[in-house]
Design a binder for this molecule. Structure first.
Ligand code: PLP
Length: 396
């Protein structure tokens, strides 16, 4: 008999669509895959060189649990320069991707009886990690009419005396929303008023477009910073998903607890990756800008195509990350080859099996009227995918 903990765990729906798409590809079909949330660029050369040098120099052993000092210093410098927040290297705990630091943070803070507020649409793993920790997720809807921005009144209404933390993600996966400074300052005030933590996932911070600016809530004041656990990583900003490197920054008490958890689970992150990450932060940043500019172009192209399509829409162009939420509510009740579309799940399945377009059903993110399009896909394939989508929609 498996544990109750595992029985409440839902398998990842993003993985489900990716796996199904991969199966079709293996069978020789050309699938336009908008399901995988990882940059389609190679890791920059200078970072790869630093990794090779680390191997040659023999840096292939355990490191300190929270990471080599050089890396934690580079992270502190980055947080001060980019985000205007001062942390000491002791307050940084580097780990395996951003996922592990997130897990550490949730396990350090949340237990049975606690509530954790998660604004939705939300990335798939927050809810499951909260449940694994024994705590109860409390969902607060962000609305398309408000560009999926956090609604601070809704958050306040959801706070109870059991609220232990709020998890925010800005720029957001899956909506692409970038929360405004004013909203984040208000959330900081709420955290102090009601005494809850803010776990803030900033993994897409380098991908903001037009006039949007990424604002780090931990920079509001020392008091607010003390309530924040900042999560970031290099997977998205330096196209390093497979290298598995991320980190958390938090006050002394919380960072020591996270380090203790990590010491008994995975120990340090990969040693070679840590040296590569030092180069990523301290070396040239040209790649970050050029990847950003390419994503910006793709987003503009996609939005202009979607705006001309029947039955679907995407509101205003999302300000960040590399995702677009496609509102598909007007397809519900229609039929494709005698199959009735009654949900985003059915539509996503039909698109994949009939048109060979892979998009993740919004049901994975508590967004039942949407499909998520990830545009970490070449411009050529975006164009082909959108042509196929138009053809599909014409048949409804
Ligand atoms: C919002 C968000 N946070 C965290 C992660 C996990 O990042 P990593 O691959 O570095 O563990 C992802 C990955 O998709 C993500 O979208």
């Amino acid at each position: 008999m498996l544990t109750k903990r595992v029985q409440v765990l839902a398998p990842s729906k993003t993985m489900y669509f990716t796996a199904k798409a991969n199966k079709l590809k293996d069978q020789g079909f050309s699938v336009m895959d908008f399901s995988v949330g990882e940059p389609d660029f190679c890791t920059p050369e200078n970072i790869c060189r630093a990794a090779k040098a680390a191997i040659n120099e023999g840096y292939t052993k355990y490191t300190l649990v929270n990471g080599i000092l050089e890396l934690r210093e580079a992270i502190c410098k980055k947080l001060l320069t980019d985000n205007k927040i001062f942390y000491t290297p002791n307050q940084i705990c580097a780990g395996t991707g951003a996922k592990q630091p997130l897990f550490n943070a949730i396990f350090a803070l949340c237990e049975t009886g606690d509530e954790v507020i998660i604004p939705t649409p939300s990335w798939v793993s927050y809810e499951e990690m909260v449940k694994l920790a024994g705590a109860d997720p409390v969902f607060v809807k962000c609305r398309e009419e408000e560009n999926f921005e956090l609604n601070i009144h809704d958050i306040e209404r959801a706070v109870t005396d059991r609220t232990k933390a709020v998890i925010i993600n800005t720029p957001n996966n899956p909506t692409g929303a970038v929360y405004g400074e004013k909203t984040l300052r208000q959330l900081g005030d709420l955290a102090l008023q009601y005494n809850f933590y803010i776990i803030v996932d900033e993994i897409y911070e380098k991908l903001v477009y037009d006039k949007a600016k990424h604002f780090s809530i931990a920079s509001v004041s020392e008091k607010v910073k003390n309530k924040c656990i900042l999560i970031n990583g290099l997977s998205k900003s330096y196209s390093m998903t497979g290298w598995r490197i991320g980190y958390a920054a938090a006050n002394d008490e919380v960072s020591a607890a996270m380090k203790a958890i990590q010491s008994h689970t995975t120990s340090s992150g990969n040693s070679i990756t840590q040296y590569a990450a030092v180069e990523a932060y301290n070396g040239t940043q040209e790649f970050v800008q050029s990847m950003h500019d390419e994503f910006h172009k793709r987003r503009n192209y996609l939005v202009s195509r979607i705006q001309k399509m029947p039955f679907v829409s995407c509101g205003r162009a999302p300000s960040g990350a590399f995702y677009i939420m496609l509102n598909v509510v007007r397809t519900f009740g229609r039929e494709y080859k005698n199959i009735r579309i009654d949900s985003a799940d059915t539509l996503a399945d039909l698109l994949l099996m009939e048109a060979h377009i892979a998009m993740v059903s919004g049901e994975a993110f508590h967004a039942e009227d949407y499909l998520r399009i990830c545009y970490a896909v070449s411009m050529e394939n975006i164009a082909r995918g959108m042509d196929r989508l138009v053809e599909f929609l014409r048949e409804l």
